[in-house]
Design a protein around this ligand. Structure first.
Ligand code: NAD
Ligand code: WQD
Length: 342
């Protein structure tokens, strides 16, 4: 059985990926410092797959601790999710973001060759494209100056991987640029668990519908889009998770001659904020209390993916409908209420 190290594996996207990896026959070791997740997630994963992943609580910034994990387990590959990800917080605490997001990756890369680990899949983001000149956007589009320290860490991380591979390091890497991951596992055993007031749209919608928040503010209806609200490519988190399994398979079986490959992970369809709210109202059967307010600083007007490369080369395609995805987000929010978590 091939063994995969999943950093940030108790987090939102990581936990869904652990489920898909286990279901595809991989053994998983999770490393997470629980800075933005809890061990309850391990119970959720176990209820879905019947198998409890090995869990090591540690901070990837701690090279010695990480080395201990590499000495204990022989990994075939790594999926690196662990990072701090709040855009606004990164503006307030840039050094925290640079230290966490850069040093974690550097430590992993440093340990890979000496421990015979062949490949690393890296979580990047469509944020590297900034405001696109054209949509849909493909992988050859220019990288724009980052709008935040968080966004900058993703750009620098991509460069660190490129430079290390080009230096002749005996590793391969697949860089995945996610668009907007939303929704939850259809079982509602795992999902997104934002700490405090959600910054992202979908948890704000579901928390408003369930009564935790009074009203959703829609940030702007005066953009140059058909209904005036921003447009995004909302991708189902389970679909996204499945792409990681395909990427790991591809790297570990040397299906590509390229040492580094980059893929957009999106649906290829742009949906506006107001359209997404309508979908939520339809699947939940509840009208949503929202109001239009001013624009949020730093927001991109419209961006959606050209996912052809991932479709053709990886043989992966987003499958869930946005209705199914929003229904899964709503089911998850209701489950949190039933359990008294939120
Ligand atoms: P998340 O916060 O739910 O998961 C990240 C996990 O990493 C958390 O469990 C956290 O405790 C852990 N972690 C953070 N720093 C760590 C460290 N130094 N050592 C060990 N564990 C650490 O976030 P997510 O939404 O699942 O995002 C996963 C990855 O995908 C991140 O790299 C993020 O930047 C990237 N990404 C996310 C989105 C999104 O919208 N959610 C979009 C594009 C890219
Ligand atoms: C989506 C749309 C908001 C909240 C962020 C990061 C990006 C990536 C994904 C990691 C926007 C609008 C939101 C609300 C609203 N993360 N909105 N009211 O901004 O596309 O991307 O997460 O890499 O880097 O920047 O996602 O969910 O915050 O916003 O009207 O209360 O919803 O203005 O148009 P975003 P989001």
């Amino acid at each position: 059985m091939k063994k995969i190290l999943v950093t940030g594996g108790t987090g939102y996207i990581g936990s869904h990926t652990v489920v898909e990896l286990q279901q595809a026959g991989y053994e998983v070791v999770i490393v997470d410092d629980l800075s933005n997740s809890s061990t309850d997630v391990l119970d959720g994963i176990t209820r879905i797959t019947g198998e409890r992943p090995i869990f090591e609580k540690l901070d990837c910034v701690d090279l010695e601790a990480l080395k201990g994990v590499f000495e204990k387990h022989q990994f075939d590959g790594i999926i690196h999710f662990a990072a701090s990800k709040a855009v606004g917080e990164s503006v307030q605490k840039p050094l925290l973001y640079y230290r966490n997001n850069l040093v974690s990756l550097i430590n992993l890369l440093e340990l890979m060759p000496t421990h015979g680990v062949k490949g690393i899949v890296f979580s990047s983001s469509c944020t590297v494209y900034g405001e696109p000149n054209v949509n849909p956007i493909d992988e050859s589009a220019p990288i724009k100056p980052a709008e935040s320290p968080y966004g900058n860490t993703k750009q620098i991380n991509e460069e660190i991987i490129q430079d290390f591979v080009h230096s002749g390091a005996p590793i391969k890497s697949i860089i995945l640029r996610y668009f907007n991951p939303i929704g939850a596992h259809p079982s509602a055993e795992i999902g997104e668990l934002p700490i405090g007031v959600p910054q992202n749209l979908v948890p704000y919608i579901t928390q408003t519908a369930i009564g935790i928040r009074e009203q959703l503010s829609v940030f702007g209806d005066d953009y140059n889009t058909p209904d005036g609200s921003c447009i995004r490519d909302f991708i189902n988190v389970v679909d996204l998770a499945k792409a990681h399994v395909v990427a790991i398979d591809r790297m570990l079986t040397d299906k590509s001659d390229e040492a580094i490959e980059i893929f957009n992970l999106g649906t290829g369809v742009g949906l506006s904020v107001l359209e997404l709210i309508k979908v939520f109202e339809k699947v939940s059967g509840k009208p949503l209390n929202y109001k239009i307010v001013g624009r949020r600083e730093g927001d991109i007007e419209q961006i959606w993916a050209q996912p052809d490369k991932a479709n053709k080369v990886l043989g992966w395609k987003a499958e869930a409908t946005v209705e199914e995805t929003m229904a899964s987000a709503w089911k998850w929010q209701q489950r949190l209420k039933e359990k008294g978590i939120m």
